[in-house]
Design a protein around this ligand. Structure first.
Ligand SMILES: [Zn+2]
Length: 514
């Protein structure tokens, strides 16, 4: 049920994955706009700011409201995400749905496909009011979204469609396994989910993300050249840097790494490019490249697969008991009956929610390491700290969220922690070794003259780098429509989160990002 059609679980899994890489600034949406005053902070404090450190901005009253109401919303959406399958299950509606599906579909396989479509359509409608409020009304109320209702609805329906396709293509598998191997189905399903999830990660940036956003080469060629030079230092082979048009939808800023193998890419929101100066963009890129070269996509993916396995086992252990006890209300007595889908969804969601803090803790760990990588390679503490302050203001992030928020929702360290870390982490000044220096040929931090971050200076980017161009294509060829539109796993998930795919739980008011 990994890829359970219901976007919720799928969404959670994907979201967690994405979240982790998406390292970026995704916080959020700008509070009304990244007011110039806030942004100005960074430019006003050049040398001295480095000495004293960049202060963590106090959250505005609006950011506080967004944070507090977001927590209430998260709890409500989480409960709703559990209540809907429970309702469909205990009311016996699911059994009726399966009867209708059987009448329409005839035959095992088609019955499952039709059931999946009907179920998802019903859930979509039940979720619609909440997703409209969370994804549209509320975002506009806080000045974070510029999306038109038509575009929001269009994206929401596209997300539904993507979910339907995935569900129809995969739902038969766990049911086949439930039928053939009632005792081990959870194990085989988890094993089958590994390649399926990997496939999803692989195609997401080229087939799914482009449905929602327009991707293209970077417009700022001078900045692109600097990014390429940075990529050259870490010897990144393959991959692309793309710019995605998000300004049509949002004020928020973000960047992320997505895809696997040949579809791997770093994506920068155009809003980020508009609001950060070149030095800040470079440290963000350093962070993203850290995810890239440290293999964070893979490690997080592996962890999630393990959590899915554990969760499916828990589902398996409780499934039989619940069906025996409530079969009259459910209207079915065999777990291999597709009418059991809401039960599987409900159990998976509940158990995965329990496992979620583990995935998030790991995500925060790799985000911290990506920050470290970005600092080591650029040595631009000021640029990173000020980039986070912009992120905080722009995305309406709450800098010091409470422990429960951190445990269940934070994919990144808090903004305050990140700013403080960016201020103080400078092992090269104490002659200490760099943690990741080997990735860019600096084993001893103190030896090499640190590519000093020169505020405002334009270190000319190397103009001729044929080899680099080959390895790090920033300009997708026109012959590659998929690439052009390439987005990222992250983006899809984000889209999903925002527009409805995982309609439930995923309300998108997170305070951190990048
Ligand atoms: Zn990151």
């Amino acid at each position: 049920m990994l890829l359970r059609p219901n976007g919720f679980v799928l969404g959670m899994v994907l979201l967690a994955i994405v979240a982790a890489y998406s390292g970026t600034l995704n916080e959020v949406q700008a509070a009304d706009q990244p007011t110039p005053a806030m942004v100005a902070q960074d430019s006003t404090a050049p040398a001295t700011a480095d000495a004293d450190g960049v202060p963590v901005p106090e959250p505005s009253a609006k950011a506080l409201r967004y944070y507090q109401s977001g927590n209430v919303l998260w709890v409500a959406a989480t409960l709703w995400g559990l209540a809907v399958p429970a309702l469909l299950l205990f009311s016996g509606f699911s059994a009726h749905l399966r009867e209708w599906a059987g009448a329409i579909g005839r035959g095992w396989l088609r019955t499952i496909a039709v059931y999946a479509v009907l179920y998802l359509a019903v859930v979509y409608l039940l979720d619609l009011p909440l997703s409209y409020y969370a994804g549209f009304l509320r975002e506009h109320a806080y000045g974070l979204s510029n999306q038109s209702l038509a575009r929001w609805l269009g994206d929401s329906l596209k997300s539904l469609l993507v979910t339907l396709v995935i569900a129809v293509a995969t739902l038969w598998l766990p049911y086949l396994l439930l039928r053939k191997s009632p005792r081990r189905w959870w194990l085989y399903t988890a094993l089958a989910a590994v390649p399926l999830l990997a496939l999803l990660l692989l195609i997401q940036p080229v087939l799914i993300a482009p449905l929602f956003d327009d991707f293209g080469p970077m417009q700022d060629k001078a900045l692109e050249a600097k990014i390429l030079a940075l990529a050259d230092r870490v010897g990144i082979a393959g991959g692309r840097v793309l710019e995605v048009d998000k300004s049509e939808d949002t004020e928020a800023v973000n960047a992320y790494v997505a895809g696997l193998l040949d579809t791997k890419r770093i994506v920068l929101w155009d809003t980020l490019l508009a609001k950060l100066d070149p030095d800040q963009v470079l440290v963000v890129m350093g962070h993203e490249m850290g995810h890239y070269v440290l293999g964070h996509v893979w490690t997080l993916f592996a962890l999630l697969c393990l959590l899915v396995l554990a969760t499916l086992y828990a589902v398996h252990r409780s499934l039989g008991f619940l069906i025996r006890r409530y079969r009259h209300r459910f209207g079915f007595s065999d777990p291999a009956d597709v009418a059991s889908l809401p039960l599987l969804v409900l159990l998976f969601s509940a158990f995965f929610l329990l496992a979620q803090p583990i995935a998030l803790a790991y995500s925060r760990h790799i985000e911290r390491e990506a920050d470290r990588f970005g600092l080591e390679i650029t040595r631009d503490n000021h640029a990173m700290a000020t980039a986070f302050t912009i992120l905080q203001h722009t995305n309406l992030a709450y800098p010091r969220p409470g422990p429960l928020y951190v445990l269940w929702r934070s994919r990144h360290p808090s903004i305050a922690e990140r700013i403080e870390f960016a201020n103080r982490y400078r092992p090269w000044e104490q002659g200490q070794p760099l943690t990741y220096g080997r990735y860019f040929g600096e084993h001893e931090s103190s030896r090499r003259p640190p590519a000093p971050p020169q505020r405002g200076s334009q270190t000319a980017a190397p103009s001729d780098r044929p080899a680099l161009e080959r390895r790090w294509e920033t300009t997708p060829t026109i012959a590659e429509p998929g690439t052009l539109a390439a987005g990222a796993f992250a983006s899809t998930i984000r889209s999903s989160a925002k527009y409805g795919l995982p309609t439930r739980l995923v309300t998108r008011n997170h305070t951190e990002h990048l």
